[in-house]
Design a protein around this ligand. Structure first.
Ligand code: HEC
Length: 141
């Protein structure tokens, strides 16, 4: 019985080594192809190549409300940190919505208790902050 157990463990060990070896058995040519495929969008684009211009433009242009939310607001509003109303938490937002969108905008722009002015996105315009508030509210109804 004991011998059988030992043998089984060895067999499993050998199988793992074989799997690991085959995973690394990628030829240089394949490796280069894989590296090219996993390069970040835009990096492998040649200058003047229009086929990939869109991907490049989207990383440099105006920030979308979703981008700003992910960068500046999520830390608190996804977790409820510092008592922030969580995005998607209908109950937490319904009372706030009752005071009207203008008040929500103003509190987001100027700050309000634990809510820092503009959620600390100092490069955001007032309109950008308003658009993010719309985005959060739309996702929390
Ligand atoms: C440091 C944490 C933190 C960050 C970052 C943050 N918030 Fe808040 N936010 C809070 C807290 C805490 C409250 C609740 C304040 C209260 O009711 O006392 C709040 C409340 C709000 C409210 C409701 C205001 C009201 O009148 O009830 C809005 C709208 C809001 N945040 C938008 C944003 C937006 C947009 C961003 C990103 C640009 C952001 N917040 C980033 C912590 C944060």
């Amino acid at each position: 019985m004991n011998m059988l157990k030992g043998g089984t463990i060895k067999l499993v060990g050998l199988l793992l080594v074989a799997v690991a070896m085959s995973a690394y058995g990628v030829s240089d040519k394949e490796r280069v192809a894989i590296e090219e495929r996993i390069q970040p969008a835009g990096k492998s684009c040649m200058e003047g190549d229009n086929s990939c211009g869109a991907a490049v433009a989207s990383s440099g242009g105006a920030k979308s409300p979703e981008d700003i939310y992910n960068t500046n607001c999520m830390a608190c509003h996804a977790t409820g940190a510092a008592g922030a109303p969580k995005m998607g938490d209908t109950a937490a937002w319904s009372g706030r919505l009752a005071q009207g969108m203008d008040q929500l905008y103003a509190n987001a722009i100027n700050g309000f208790n634990g809510m820092p002015a503009k959620g600390l996105c100092m490069s955001c315009s007032d309109d950008e902050v308003k658009a993010v508030v719309d985005y959060i509210v739309e996702s929390s109804k």
